[in-house]
Design a binder for this molecule. Structure first.
Ligand code: GLU
Length: 475
């Protein structure tokens, strides 16, 4: 028997930004498809009409693209498939696996109230479910019916979860789910609920493996029952545990950034995010740093963690620092340029042959965890610095000022590169009988507004000569 081609999907709802947890399951779905030479599909689950926005759709697409999780098919939009859900609903009603229910919200409330009063778990009592010999009430004319799935009675739903292992849930615990709600004001077609649309889509898109967050575990029995009712092949399911914040609580907006775009804007590199997200719930031996290609090679659906992982900003920064070091200077320069422009800094257009940002990236990237930190360094090249009073007092002392003045004169005429600047500094030190640790901090404070920098001759060479002369004048 030949196995069907692996087909995975990610199905975000456009009711907000792409959450880190969704990005992680997107990564697993993508890597699993790539590992097997299969197909990765992007589907936008936009049936929550009140909360779905175009802005969220754009954010999701931008996040996926930024992460480099290229989909092979889609994006598909559920709201463009309403006709198809209706078709399936009609087939199910005809087959007796779904039925119309005319209960009003008030009736449902009363039903639950009575159940609670009897000490029962609340559930739909099946009053509109057809059965042999059962006489149903006449449908009220003024109520728009919903459609419910006739969940099998008795027995259990069981599946072997790719992450959690065998799971079994009794059908007693599941009631007849609403699968289609009446058309909203002005709409011609009713809106499917999540558990139904997801099944029709996974079926139509021939999805073989579903990776998603474990908040959906309780939905899976319904979905499996609907797949069966449709005679559709079941995908394998893998439910990944939630990501915890560094306080051990569920990662949430209140506790810091949860969207992919927030990390992009905070200066993280996509390859670092992917690497970090991958490890957050999956492992390959003791490997902490690996490329996309390695992940694709290794990700076969095994070694997924059963217990929740904790978001660790310090580790993410460490991973990002690794990729900062490895990144091409040219690329970092482009990212730094964007950062600075975002801050309103006027960055002169790059001269291809000598882009100061490329040289700055080469010089500073080793000490930066993020592009934002790198931009913090580069900013001094374009905007005046304001040295702190205590730094000026500590380092620009009367003993050093004469040397600064003669260095300034030399720098006015030397060739403008690191070696010539270094030579000018050396001559100045000899002339004034000073040592480098006296002169260098004063230069750093005046020109860079900081006490510590990489080798000061290299740093000075990044600036236009006039800027250095001007800042030294302040001595
Ligand atoms: N729209 C659902 C969500 O964003 C998709 C869940 C699934 O993958 O089935 O949680």
């Amino acid at each position: 028997m030949t196995m069907p081609t692996v087909r995975t999907r990610i199905a975000p709802s456009p009711t907000g930004y792409l959450h880190l947890g969704t990005a992680r399951t997107a990564l697993y779905s993508w890597a699993y498809a790539r590992h097997h030479g299969g197909c990765f599909i992007l589907r936008i689950e936009d049936t929550d009409v009140a909360r779905s926005t175009q802005d969220s759709v754009d954010q999701i697409l931008a996040s996926m693209q930024w992460l480099g999780l290229q989909h092979d098919e889609g994006p598909f939009f559920q709201m463009q498939r309403l006709q198809r859900y209706h078709e399936v609903v009609e087939q199910m009603i005809a087959a007796g696996t779904a039925y119309r229910c005319w209960c009003t919200p008030d009736e449902l409330d009363a039903m639950r109230e009575a159940q609670r009063a009897r000490g029962e778990k609340t559930h739909y009592d099946g009053r509109w479910r057809p059965a042999a010999g059962k006489v149903l009430p006449a449908p009220p004319a003024d109520v728009q019916p919903v459609v419910r799935f006739a969940n099998p009675q008795g027995g259990a739903v069981a599946w072997d979860d790719l992450v959690k292992g065998p799971i079994r849930i009794s059908n007693e615990e599941i009631d007849d789910l609403i699968i289609l709600r009446p058309a909203p004001e002005g709409g011609a077609l009713g809106i499917p609920t999540y558990n139904f649309a997801v099944v029709v889509d996974d079926w139509d898109m021939a999805i073989t493996h579903v990776f998603r967050g474990d908040e959906h575990i309780n939905n899976t029995p319904w979905q499996i029952n609907i797949f069966r009712a449709l005679g559709a092949p079941l995908p394998r399911f893998g439910h990944c545990p939630i990501i915890l914040g560094d306080d051990g609580q569920k990662l949430s907006k209140r506790r810091g950034a949860v969207s992919v775009t927030a990390y992009r804007d905070a200066g993280y590199l996509p390859e670092a995010m992917l690497n970090y997200l991958a490890r957050l719930g999956w492992s390959h031996g003791d490997d902490e740093l690996f490329s996309r290609d390695q992940m694709v090679q290794w990700f076969d659906g095994s070694h997924l963690a059963k217990s929740p992982a904790q978001w660790d900003p310090a580790k993410l920064a460490w991973v990002n620092a690794h990729y900062m070091k490895a990144a091409e200077d040219q690329r970092l320069a482009g990212l730094v340029r964007q950062q600075l422009q975002g801050r309103g800094v006027d960055v002169p257009l790059a001269d291809e042959a000598d882009d100061v940002l490329v040289r700055a990236s080469a010089l500073f990237k080793d000490r930066c965890a993020t592009v934002v930190e790198l931009a913090d360094w580069a900013e001094m090249l374009f905007v005046p610095v304001v040295p702190r009073e205590e730094d000026l007092l500590a380092h620009v002392t009367p003993a050093v000022v004469p040397a600064l003045n003669s260095l300034r004169e030399r720098l006015a005429t030397v060739g403008w590169d690191k070696a010539e600047i270094a030579a000018a500094m050396k001559q100045t030190l000899a002339e004034h009988q000073l040592k480098m640790p006296q002169l260098a901090p004063a230069l750093r404070v005046l020109v860079c507004g900081r006490v510590q920098t990489p080798s000061i001759d290299a740093v000075l060479a990044l600036f236009p000569r006039q800027t250095v002369l001007h800042r030294l004048q302040a001595a």
